[in-house]
Design a protein. Structure first.
Length: 577
């Protein structure tokens, strides 16, 4: 049973009271009819959900009519089975949508109750309203304000409502009669079979067309040449032909599906609203996008102009710093190596400023979805790029500190190599074993860096080696032998001159440190090897035993290699000059 609701308005120009009387109790229905009614309600809900489309806002605007005071009157459409019967107005305390919904519920209850005959639908007049009744139950109350909104008399409007309701209820019952539903079900089965047959024929026809074109025209495509030069590869041409055929086939299938869907959905009252608006559901999004693009044209023009201006400004900025890097333009205290890193920083700032200026003009930037996506991307960037930002800052810090540059031999912690490339995130080293080593810049910034090349270009790099010689050997003799070994080693600098330091007087030997200069740090390993060979040869020549690292007692014979055994097999003596 539908319970009564009462609305009382304080506006004397509106209705003083609207009484929604309860309808008579409906007769019990069978299980099959209850099941069909439930299915009908479910289908109607689904169709109503799919009926939500971009034009809903326009419908709501259309339901707002201006009143005499310049404001807007809220109206709502009374619908039955997806068709608009008429519109009613409302007030703040009783909105138009609520009033239209109550009328619709009563009409659906009347249409579902076949015991109520439509011949008893009549209009009863009252001093301030016209009441449309079915038997003794009220269906719709027509007020003077409703007639004023339509611009006709209240009695004529009520009679119009009565006729429209009678036709709509009769159609509602007719469309849901078992005979009509059964007949339309047969139509749907026939349409489905026809649709399947047409689809099969279409696929079969296009397969035949594919074989025909491949047999007749593919060989010709391979022969397209201009003076023995192939303009386009035959395989690309053939793929273009096949793609075109597939596009045509897809469009035809979609067209068939649209026609089939619109016909079958229109056969049943629960899905007929969806059928009637199926085309608008497909076209409205395209129209909305088109209108949005047209509306965004001024903003797009602004963005294009901004991009051109920013690109031109960045080119001028790059040209200026390129001249600074070449030394054509100089600034006191500004290293030319800083030119391009400084340009990159300024470029980032210019682009960031341009993005801030362009943001309000980006289409859709004011929407909540765009703002939500922007926040999400910002959170993802901030969580996932902390190490990248740290490496980025460390990269620029090292550039301006001038700790090293490309080509320098450096050692970072226990890793030694030549700098092959400096990037903002990482630095690449090439080890002495020709290995590629990648080190994050943040790690370098927090580590001890030894640069072997920076001072070697000006005063030379000192290479040093240590030997332990017994106390019985005069230190002057040891110094002379070590200096002679340095003199025999090619690649070492003569100025500054090599020198020897007595590092310590240990328990069994004296530690001598030989220091030599070189200006090529990359050759340090080769120079060390040559220097060590010459030291061994000289100490063997003079019969002096090297005590390093230590010994427990004096041997019976000196641990030296006689000269006649220097080239014991498989070693070969050098050929005479």
């Amino acid at each position: 049973m539908i319970h009564a609701a009462r609305y009382t308005s304080t506006d004397p120009s509106l209705v003083r009271s609207i009484e929604l009387h309860p309808l008579p109790r409906l007769r019990p229905v069978s299980h099959s009819r209850r099941l069909s009614r439930s299915c009908a309600v479910l289908l109607l809900i689904v169709s109503e959900v799919f009926l939500v489309h971009p034009s809903a806002a326009a419908d709501r605007r259309a339901n707002q009519s201006p009143d005499d005071s310049g404001g807007s009157i809220q109206t709502a459409s009374v619908m039955l089975d997806g068709q608009v019967l008429f519109k009613v107005r409302g007030v703040t305390a009783f909105p138009a949508e609520l009033r239209a919904g109550a009328i619709r519920d009563r009409l659906e209850a009347i249409a579902s109750n076949h015991a109520l005959t439509l011949d008893r639908l009549r209009v009863e007049e009252a001093p301030d309203r016209s009441i449309i009744k079915l038997s003794d139950e009220m269906v719709v109350t027509v007020l003077d304000v409703d007639a004023e909104m339509e611009g006709i008399s209240r009695q004529l409007l009520a009679e119009t409502y009565r006729i429209r309701i009678k036709e709509a209820v009769a159609k509602y019952r007719h469309d849901r009669s078992p005979r009509v539903l059964g007949l339309h079900g047969l139509y749907a089965l026939g349409a489905t079979a026809s649709f399947a047959l047409v689809v099969w024929l279409l696929v079969w026809a296009f397969r035949r067309l594919d074989r025909f074109t491949e047999q007749r025209y593919r060989a010709r495509l391979e022969g397209i040449r201009v003076k023995a030069f192939r303009v386009v590869e035959s395989q690309r041409l053939w793929e273009g032909v096949r793609t075109s055929e597939r596009m045509v086939r897809t469009l035809l299938l979609l067209l068939l599906l649209f026609v089939y869907g619109q016909f079958v959905l229109g056969l049943f009252p629960w899905t007929r609203p969806l059928s009637q608006r199926l085309l608008s559901l497909l076209v409205d999004p395209l129209r909305t996008m088109g209108l949005a693009i047209v509306g965004a044209v001024p903003s797009l023009i602004f963005l294009c102009v901004l991009v051109v201006v920013v690109r031109f400004g960045l080119k001028l900025l790059k040209l200026y710093f390129a001249e600074v890097g070449r030394g054509t333009i100089s600034h006191g205290g500004f290293d030319p190596d800083w030119a391009m890193p400084t340009y990159r920083i300024l470029r980032l700032l210019v682009i960031a400023f341009a993005v801030v200026v362009a943001y309000p003009h980006v289409p859709g930037s004011q929407s909540e979805a765009f703002k939500g996506v922007s926040i999400l991307l910002g959170v993802i960037f901030s969580l996932g790029s902390s190490s990248s930002v740290a490496n980025f800052i460390a990269g620029y810090t090292m550039i301006y500190r001038r700790a090293f540059k490309v080509g320098d031999r450096i050692m970072i912690n226990d890793v030694m190599g030549d700098v092959s490339e400096m990037r903002l995130q990482v630095t690449h080293l090439r080890s002495v074993k020709n290995e590629e080593i990648t080190i994050p810049n943040s790690t370098i910034l927090n580590s001890t860096v030894i640069n072997f090349s920076k001072l070697a270009r000006e005063r030379g790099l000192i290479l040093h080696t240590i030997v332990g010689i017994g106390y019985e050997t005069p230190w002057r003799q040891v110094d002379a032998m070590l200096l002679e070994a340095a003199a025999r080693t090619p690649g070492l600098l003569r100025e500054p001159a090599p020198f020897v330091l007595q590092q310590s007087l240990d328990d069994f030997a004296v530690k001598y440190e030989l220091n030599v200069y070189c200006d090529k740090p990359q050759e340090s390993l080769t120079l060390y090897a040559a220097l060590h060979r010459n030291i061994l040869d000289l100490f063997n020549e003079h019969g002096v035993q090297i005590m390093t690292p230590a010994y427990e007692s004096d041997p019976e014979s000196l641990k030296v290699v006689p000269k006649d055994q220097w080239f014991a097999p498989p070693a070969e003596p050098p050929s005479p000059a």
